[in-house]
Design a protein around this ligand. Structure first.
Ligand SMILES: Nc1ncnc2c1ncn2[C@@H]1O[C@H](COP(=O)(O)OP(=O)(O)O)[C@@H](O)[C@H]1O
Ligand SMILES: [Mg+2]
Length: 300
């Protein structure tokens, strides 16, 4: 199956300002694909070009087999777009917005189900202006889903949601994917990207600087693992001999062993083999946030 999205050397300028200089990636069917990057790095511009909302100045784009520059109308029927910062009319009611958006879709999507899934049923007759920020956000996402899209673009969809609404949103994003759709998710939340995304692209300074699975990025850019425990024993020389161990540091009774690979299991086995049973053995691994900070600091 050919990729759902293919972007090669996308370039976009606003007058003479270059907003996206050279962005390339592909998204496979059924993926949740994340786009990460500092503010102003060109994420929104990139996904707007893919949706045919903005006209790319250079590069080759293919989205569900369409060129968004020439076939934006056909494309828009097959994708779901989350409105960003674009307010609906203040007095429009929740159910009116949903039923209106669903009437635009060829199959006339099931807006009542989407309304219930996104926890908007009790607000069905509330006006857009009377909704809280989080409720407005949920409405934007719900509107992106009423036409049962094959590909969904979510741009900072959980910004403004409280922690429990975020978890609900994560489950729903997985459901969108499990229903067979592909999801492109622009986010600032590294935990969100790490738990939800099959692969992520990191954009910085208008270019893709890294692309991989979250675990692959961590392995490549921040592979160190640190195992800590405390002990009264000062003779731990045998730990240095382990292939997985890079160095061992002491701080009082606390020992930190830095290395890579299956470090925890190896260190634990070795300690037990030497008659040591530390009760506070802990492991610390880098997460996607560490990788992101490292990658974007290097670019700066
Ligand atoms: N309509 C516009 N006109 C001029 N400059 C814009 C416009 N939209 C975005 N930009 C600029 O383009 C750059 C990329 O913006 P954007 O794609 O929104 O970044 P991100 O979504 O990564 O924060 C920023 O410097 C931004 O100020
Ligand atoms: Mg943006």
């Amino acid at each position: 199956m050919s990729p759902v999205v293919e972007v090669e050397h996308l370039e976009k300028r606003y007058r003479d300002f270059v907003a996206v200089e050279d962005v390339s990636f592909t998204v496979e069917a059924g993926e949740i694909f994340g786009i990460l990057g500092p503010n102003g790095s060109g994420k929104t511009t990139t996904v707007e070009c893919l949706q045919g909302l903005r006209r790319a100045d250079g590069g080759r784009l293919s989205v569900l087999g369409h060129d968004p520059r020439r076939e934006a109308d056909q494309l828009r029927r097959r994708i779901g777009s989350q409105l960003q910062e674009s307010a609906l009319p203040e007095r429009l009611k929740v159910w009116e917005a949903l039923s209106f958006f669903s009437s635009l879709s060829p199959g006339g999507g099931d807006w009542e189900t989407v309304m219930n899934q996104w926890g908007l049923a009790e607000k069905r007759s509330a006006t857009f202006a009377s909704l809280s920020g989080g409720q407005q956000q949920r409405l934007f996402v719900a509107l992106a889903l009423v036409n049962e899209p094959e590909l969904v673009f979510l741009d900072e969809m959980t910004t403004g949601l409280d922690p429990s609404s975020r978890r609900v949103a994560w489950d729903l994003i997985r459901k969108i994917r499990d229903g067979g759709a592909t999801v492109i998710l622009v986010t600032h939340f590294m935990d969100e990207a790490e738990t939800l995304c099959d692969r992520v692209a990191v954009i910085d300074h208008k270019r893709v600087i890294a692309i991989d699975t979250p675990a692959g990025l961590i392995d490549t850019y921040a592979p160190d693992t640190v195992v800590t425990f405390s002990t009264a024993d000062t003779d731990l020389g045998y730990l240095h001999d382990l292939r997985e161990v890079d160095h061992v540091e002491w701080s009082g009774r606390q020992v930190s062993v830095t290395g890579r690979g299956p470090l925890l299991a190896t260190v634990a086995a070795e300690l037990v083999g030497h008659g040591q049973f530390p009760t506070d053995l802990q492991v610390e691994r880098a997460d996607l946030e560490d990788v992101f900070l490292q990658l974007t600091a290097r670019e700066a």
